[in-house]
Write a protein that binds this ligand. Structure first.
Ligand SMILES: N[C@@H](CCC[C@H](N)C(=O)O)C(=O)O
Length: 276
């Protein structure tokens, strides 16, 4: 089968986006891994599959797969690219779009400047929601990784994140700690690992070692997780500019029972076709 796709990115976190509204398309794990191979396929961090909704109150459903073939609950940069994709392809003319994902329903708002504002839903700090294995609720948790003690805030923003506050960011740190925490036994479904350097109460630098991918140039859910963890710990204000290697995101959270609001860019790179 000849598969038509669009290559997109959100701050360098790159996607292959497929229209499964106009024509039904299904992928198995081996196909996703092959398409995601940067040498032998197209290459992407995540595959986004746009489908009709199962709920008539929703506009679309979209599925998200990491390049290792695993299906995931949520993707912040992907949500913004999804919104640009359905508008560009005229699958909708709405600029406020309601979407079903594996984590539930999300709302997207395409702004006049082309940026997309996403209501990412409420975070949860309950260990069971990641899941994260803990004896009792704490503010900060410690785990052993590579013979050293790592202090982290576990947070679910629909998908699981471990946020580690650091004094300085380096390749050595991300590559030494990232894979070990991602695959740590305390996280039975594995975890996305964020390394956050607090610059001021309204500004952080962040690098994310993503579950099922490795370090990406940006992670939208990672930015949300880092900011809400920082607010919970008393390190950050309610609106924060997050500097990621691929660019900046604005994240706002008013506190418990409020949704996280993420605002940022989405870009189309090219269209193509490939035999599946
Ligand atoms: N890059 C994404 C997150 C994608 C999913 C993640 N790797 C996971 O396994 O949960 C984002 O922008 O949020």
């Amino acid at each position: 089968m000849l598969l038509k796709f669009t290559k997109m990115h959100g701050l360098g976190n790159d996607f292959v986006v497929v229209d499964a509204v106009s024509r039904k398309v299904y992928f198995n794990k081996a196909q996703i891994e092959r398409l995601g191979d940067r040498n032998r396929g197209i290459g992407f961090d995540q595959l986004l599959v746009v489908e009709p909704p199962s709920n008539p109150d929703m506009d679309f459903r979209y599925r998200i797969y990491n390049c290792d073939g695993s299906e995931v609950e949520h993707c912040g940069n992907g949500a913004r690219c999804f919104a640009k994709f359905v508008l560009d392809r005229e699958l909708t003319h709405k600029r406020q779009i309601n979407v079903e994902t594996k984590r539930g329903q999300i709302q997207l708002n395409v702004l006049d400047n082309g940026q997309v504002e996403v209501d990412m839903g409420e975070p949860s700090f309950l260990p069971a929601d990641l899941p994260f294995t803990a004896d009792a609720m704490q503010d900060l948790y410690q785990i052993q990784a590579n013979g050293e003690t790592v202090e982290l805030t576990p947070v679910s923003v629909g998908n699981p994140h471990a946020v580690i506050r650091v004094d300085a960011l380096s390749d050595e740190l991300v590559n030494r700690i990232g894979p070990v925490v991602e695959d740590h036994e305390a996280f039975p479904n594995n975890v996305n690992v964020g390394f956050m350097q607090v610059v001021s109460p309204t500004e952080v630098n962040l690098r994310v070692y993503e579950r099922g991918v490795g370090e990406t140039q940006a992670c939208g859910t990672g930015a949300c997780a880092a900011v809400v963890a920082g607010i919970k710990q008393g390190w950050l204000d309610k609106e924060v500019l997050v500097h990621l290697p691929g660019g900046d995101l604005r994240i706002a959270w008013q506190g418990p029972t409020s949704p996280i609001i993420m605002t940022g860019a989405a870009e189309k790179v090219f269209e193509g076709q490939i035999y599946l």
